[in-house]
Design a protein around this ligand. Sequence first.
Ligand SMILES: Cc1cc2nc3c(=O)[nH]c(=O)nc-3n(C[C@H](O)[C@H](O)[C@H](O)COP(=O)(O)O)c2cc1C
Length: 169
Amino acid sequence: MKTLVVYSSRTGNTKKVAQAMAGVMPGCELLPVEEAPSSVDQYDVVAVGYWVDRGMPDAATRAWLEGVRNARLAFFGTLGAWPDSDHARECMARGEALALEPARGNVVLGSWLCQGRVDPKVLEIMARMAGDVHPMTEERKARIAEAARHPDDEDCRRAQAFIRRFLER
Ligand SMILES: Cc1cc2nc3c(=O)[nH]c(=O)nc-3n(C[C@H](O)[C@H](O)[C@H](O)COP(=O)(O)O)c2cc1C
C-alpha cells in the first residue's frame, strides 16, 4: 500500500496532526502542500490536511485540490471553533465539495477536524478591528483558551484512529 499525507499549516497545528497520521500509515509520504504532486494516482489513500480560514480550507489547499483526480481522499484539519459545531461541519462540507465534482473521479472517505491554537497576533488584530463580527463573549474566551491547548496527544490519537479506518481493506 502507498499512502500520502498532504498538509497545509501556517503555525504548525495541522502539521503536528499530519505527522501523527503519517506515523501510522503504511508506505507513507508526508508533504507540505507546496511540494505535493498534482497527480496522486499512485497512492491508495491520500490524507489532505488543511487549516480553516474564514470558514473553509485554506487557499493553498483549495488551489492544490483543483488539480486532484481519481483519488481516495480523507480530509483532516484544525480550526479555532469547536469540532462538533455547525461551523466545523460546514467547513468539512465545503472541503469535501472541492473534490467531489463527478467528472474528477475522486472518492471522499471522510473528514475529521480538531481544535488548533489560534495565532495570538491574529486574535489581537481581530479584536482591534472596528465592528469585529466576533465580540469577545465569555463563551468565545473559553473556546479560544481551549483551542490554545490543541492539537494535543488525544487529538493525535483520534486522528490516527480516523485514518486507520480507511487503511484496512
Ligand atoms: C486568517 C485566519 C482565519 C481563520 N479563520 C477561522 C475560521 O473561520 N474558523 C475557525 O474555526 N478558525 C479559524 N482560524 C483558526 C485556525 O484555523 C486555527 O488556529 C488552525 O489550527 C491553524 O492551523 P495551523 O497552525 O496549521 O496554521 C483562522 C485563523 C487565521 C489565521
